[in-house]
Design a protein around this ligand. Structure first.
Ligand code: BLA
Length: 516
């Protein structure tokens, strides 16, 4: 798909796994697995093996070797083992010397084809990579907090690949993301804490990154090399080569443009998976072209995978500890109400109030014809409007929304403090509620980049989508919405309702007995 045809709605349909090009810092040859005949070949192969790509197509693998000193027998025997044992990933890379230059061959099989990708082999690898991996392993087994592990992973990846900036980018439930850790050269501005819209990494890219965990864009300015296929010369329809598992795959032109806009010349990213789902990426930038060879990428991937494996148990632990904390706060509130024998005092007049059983930024107790406000809340008349409206809504005990202004249009006016609302009814008849509010998400989001950068114009003169436009679109989708309510918040709020109603009922009983 040409850049000029891509826009925000079709961004997700760009078939990035079959771009028809590779990055030109390496070369690619694909052979059929049964007869080792060359079926696909990148145009730039000629530069490396002294034979043109079209000349190589249709020839046996040996043709690749005629003008070089590549050991044929060795290559063929490697490919046979890979095929027989399906052991490609375990065996990669294979180091070869071709015409005085060192190469890493990365081979894999996809359907009926064996894809051979050749990349420069940089100097032998230092022991310090092994040391970093060993440290990471020890650390994962130790008692470090998750955020410490995340930060140290960024530091180790930066030491391995030597990029200017290494970030840990975490996805939210709506697939927008936030930079949660960063290691960078001191002269660069920090991106820590910045949020980016989901469309910056579209759905098909996220899918691909679950299968192929590492990608490098060695130089955003180098021209990609086209892949020629055997069938192109003939009449039959040519199938584009599937580069799902490739290491040299050329990257989407829209993303290349994005990186150029960020003044980045080389980019590498590593997937972070949690229970098979993508939870984040390690995203790395360099301001000049920078290739990282396969063994170093593997080392960086390994360190990142250790982090993901830690997540498997640490995330549960941390979710548990949040739940535990708010449950404890719920219990404290309960004892306060019982001790004071007073709902209002117990919930609103101690250092720990009803606000503290959720991550809300404001709460209101509507009780006995009065409003008791905690934290950031809309004004009293606005709250009165909400309780009147709640009365008309069909719910028994709990009402929750992360987009109140969409349901109750008057809430637009105070969406900055109350785009999300969790309400529990103490008594709908008496207009008695406990309400919690979360602010509009967009208010909390800080965005990086310069939205005023000029829109670039494609070669044919037509304007095409500037990736930064995606931010505007995203701002629209998160307008009037808050962060979602969590199960733990809801269940502790329901429990609190029971505690409050018990006290109210017992007090009513007392009054009745006194009157009798
Ligand atoms: C890919 N977008 C990516 C990747 C990242 C980002 C990390 C993976 C490729 C890589 O390693 O460079 C985005 N990079 C970020 C973000 C930060 C960062 C958010 O460092 C934050 C600090 N991108 C757009 C729009 C489209 C788009 C509007 O902004 C589509 C119209 C597309 N991004 C896009 C595509 C890919 C991508 C198609 C896949 C590239 C590929 O692998 O071919």
């Amino acid at each position: 798909m040409a850049p000029s045809e891509i826009n925000l709605t079709n961004c997700e349909t760009e078939p990035i796994h079959i771009p028809g090009y590779i990055q030109s810092h390496g070369f690619l040859v694909a052979i059929s697995a049964n007869d080792f005949i060359i079926r696909y070949c990148s145009e730039n192969s000629s530069t490396f093996v002294n034979r043109s790509a079209t000349d190589l197509l249709g020839k046996p693998l040996d043709a690749l070797l005629t003008e070089t000193d590549l050991p044929v027998a060795e290559l063929v025997s490697i490919l046979n083992v890979g095929k027989r044992e399906n052991a490609w990933s375990r065996m990669n890379p294979h180091r070869f010397r071709i015409n005085g230059k060192d190469w890493n061959l990365i081979a894999h099989q996809h359907d009926t084809l064996i894809i051979l990708e050749w990349e420069s082999a940089v100097a032998a690898h230092a022991n310090f990579e092994q040391q970093l991996i060993a440290d990471a392993l020890t650390e994962v087994q130790s008692n470090r907090t998750l955020i410490e592990l995340i930060q140290n992973t960024a530091r180790r990846v930066k030491q391995i690949i030597g990029y200017d900036r290494v970030m840990v980018y975490r996805f939210a439930a709506d697939w927008h993301g936030e930079v949660i850790a960063e290691e960078k050269e001191s002269h660069l501005e920090s991106y820590l804490g910045l949020h980016y819209p989901a469309s910056d990494i579209p759905r098909q890219a996220r899918e691909l990154y679950k299968t192929n965990l590492v990608r490098i864009i060695a130089d955003v300015k180098s021209a990609p090399s086209p892949i020629f296929s055997l069938s192109q010369g003939e009449q039959e329809e040519s199938q584009p080569l599937d580069l799902t598992h490739s290491v040299l795959r050329a990257v989407s032109p829209i993303h290349i443009e994005y990186l150029k806009n960020m003044d980045v010349q080389a980019s590498m990213s590593i997937s972070l998976l949690y229970r098979g789902e993508l939870w984040g990426l390690i995203s790395c930038h360099h301001s000049t072209p920078r290739f990282v060879d396969f063994p170093a990428r593997q080392a960086a991937k390994f360190v990142s995978q250790l982090l993901s494996s830690a997540l498997e148990f640490r995330k549960d632990e941390e979710d548990q500890s949040l739940l535990f904390q708010i449950q404890q706060n719920g219990q404290t509130l309960n004892s306060q109400i019982l001790k004071d024998w007073d709902v209002v005092a117990g919930l609103t007049q101690h250092p720990l109030t009803a606000l503290h059983i959720t991550s809300a930024t404001g709460a209101v107790l509507a009780f006995d014809n009065a409003f008791y406000c905690m934290g950031k809340t809309p004004g009293e008349s606005a709250v009165a409007g909400i309780t009147n409206w709640l009365k008309t809504q069909e719910f028994d005990t709990v009402f929750e929304t992360d987009r109140l202004p969409e349901l109750y249009s008057s809430a637009e006016a105070f969406r900055e403090v109350a785009s999300g609302m969790l309400a529990i009814a103490l008594s709908k008849e008496l207009d008695e509620y406990l309400l919690w509010f979360k602010p509009e998400q967009i208010r909390q989001v800080t965005w990086a980049g310069n939205p005023d950068k000029p829109v670039t114009v494609s070669e044919n003169g037509r304007q095409h989508l500037h990736p930064r436009k995606s931010f505007e679109a995203w701002s629209q989708t998160v307008r009037n919405t808050s962060e979602p309510w969590r199960d733990a918040e809801r269940s502790v709020a329901i429990k609190l309702r029971e505690d409050v109603l018990q006290v109210v009922a017992r007090k009513a009983n007392e009054v009745r007995q006194l009157n009798e």
